[in-house]
Design a protein around this ligand. Structure first.
Ligand SMILES: Cc1cc2nc3c(=O)[nH]c(=O)nc-3n(C[C@H](O)[C@H](O)[C@H](O)COP(=O)(O)O)c2cc1C
Length: 400
């Protein structure tokens, strides 16, 4: 018998949790109540869910997550703490690559950030809104680009890609912010084109995530994004390595030089964001290419094992480029307090990946809307007790 490490123990308990949840009706009351514990703030529902989300989300985020746990298992166990332990190495899927440490470092890095509680100096009604590229958002958070529905969630045949993106984008728009679409380079052009039909339904409200394809192919997708009136474009340049590498044909991806990035930036009037920056040096190179922004990201730990968490690297990057370009960041954003932390560390706006996936599968468009609105409310409450009357006032002074 192999050694039981912390990780194998946690994997086993997550597995047990999901199996037990599906048979909760047979459990004694106390055990069933324990199983009903869910990862977000709110009242857990005792009602087991059987299908994708409701037509309207009147319940709590906890209910949405209960449904998500049933729908997504075993790809995602919807663990109480989404820390990358139970799903380590499950890629394709929802986990981080190999040991999963990069994903786990995102989680632990953010947990280590401490906030100063200053209730005597608080503002009763802080303003959580912000403006990014001329557009007012209800709070500084958007959906991160997520692609590869068929590859990452192969058992979920009755959720179409269009339905999935509609849920993510519509829910974010309902919450006063931006949705997104992702990309997987193996998609044929007509699949990509159909994706932008969904984007066109939400003019000016969608982030178009595009893989670092060869420039002519990438620019042809930018044309689709322009025709659909996308809000901004992200290029996940970190996707040019292991797990994605294909060097020929329409699906080829490549690492980009500054000159290649500059060609892309000059090809469009839509703001271009380079996603996958984790060092000040790369942030400065992206600036040389003329990008409108960067996303500090290790792709949720899905492109390289053993990278630091994004909260650890963000301050040094912000020290170099804050105010010169828009700084986005992602990595385990779950609660409003997480948004507060990343903004305090130097981000202008955060992106939310896995938790939006869960909300979409657990509650459809209303579930995503509820999840994002709840996060906005949590941010507002956290700003009251950290003495931040508006987003502009959030800074390192609130870090303990
Ligand atoms: C299933 C899955 C698919 C993803 N697809 C894309 C993609 O198409 N484009 C992209 O730029 N990032 C993609 N990402 C990375 C996310 O945008 C984000 O960087 C990462 O998940 C970290 O955020 P999180 O910790 O909130 O999940 C994907 C992540 C996951 C888990």
């Amino acid at each position: 018998m192999g050694t039981v490490t912390r990780r194998t123990a946690l994997k086993a308990s997550a597995l047990f949790g999901a199996v037990a949840l599906s048979s909760r009706a047979l459990m004694p009351t106390a055990a069933a109540a324990e199983q009903a514990k869910t990862p977000t703030k709110g009242t857990p529902s005792p009602a087991p869910a059987t299908h994708y989300g409701p037509a309207s989300a009147t319940g709590s985020v906890s209910e949405v997550y209960q449904k998500a746990r049933q729908v997504l298992y075993p790809i995602c166990r919807v663990c109480p703490q989404c820390d990358g332990v139970a799903c380590a190495g499950e890629f394709p899927g929802i986990g981080g690559l190999d040991s999963g440490m990069s994903f786990q470092n995102n989680f632990s890095g953010l947990q280590q950030v401490r906030l100063k509680l200053r209730p005597l100096s608080g503002d009763k009604k802080p303003d959580t809104s912000t403006v990014i590229f001329g557009q007012k958002l209800s709070f500084p958070a958007m959906a991160a680009p997520i692609g590869g529905l068929a590859e990452n969630f192969p058992h979920l045949h009755d959720m179409s890609e269009a339905g999935y993106f509609d849920a993510i984008i519509g829910g974010c728009v309902d919450a006063g912010t931006m949705g997104s679409v992702g990309d997987i380079q193996s998609d044929p052009y007509d699949v990509t084109k159909a994706r932008y039909d969904v984007v066109a339904r939400y003019p000016g409200k969608v982030i178009a995530g595009i893989k670092p394809r060869l420039n002519p192919n990438l620019i042809s997708i930018i044309r689709l994004a322009e025709a659909a009136n996308a809000f901004m474009i992200t290029i996940d340049i970190d996707s040019a390595g292991r797990g994605w590498m294909d060097t020929s044909g329409a699906s080829a991806v490549e690492p980009k030089t500054v000159a290649q990035l500059r060609e892309i930036v000059r090809a469009t009037r839509i703001p271009v964001i380079v996603k996958g920056i984790t060092t000040p040096e790369d942030a400065l190179l992206a600036g040389e290419a003329g990008v409108s922004g960067i996303c500090v990201s290790n792709h949720g730990g899905r492109v390289l094992d053993h990278t630091p968490g994004t909260a650890e690297v963000l301050p040094a990057i912000a020290d170099k480029v804050k105010g010169k370009m828009v700084i986005f960041v992602d990595g385990c954003v779950h609660y409003g307090d997480d948004v507060l932390k990343y903004v305090a560390l130097g981000a202008d706006c955060v992106m939310v990946g896995r938790h939006i996936i869960r909300a979409a599968f657990g509650g459809g468009r209303p579930g995503v809307g509820l999840f994002m609105k709840t996060m906005r409310d949590e941010l507002e409450a956290a700003m009251v007790v950290t003495a931040c009357p508006d987003v502009r006032s959030i800074g390192r002074q609130i870090l303990a």
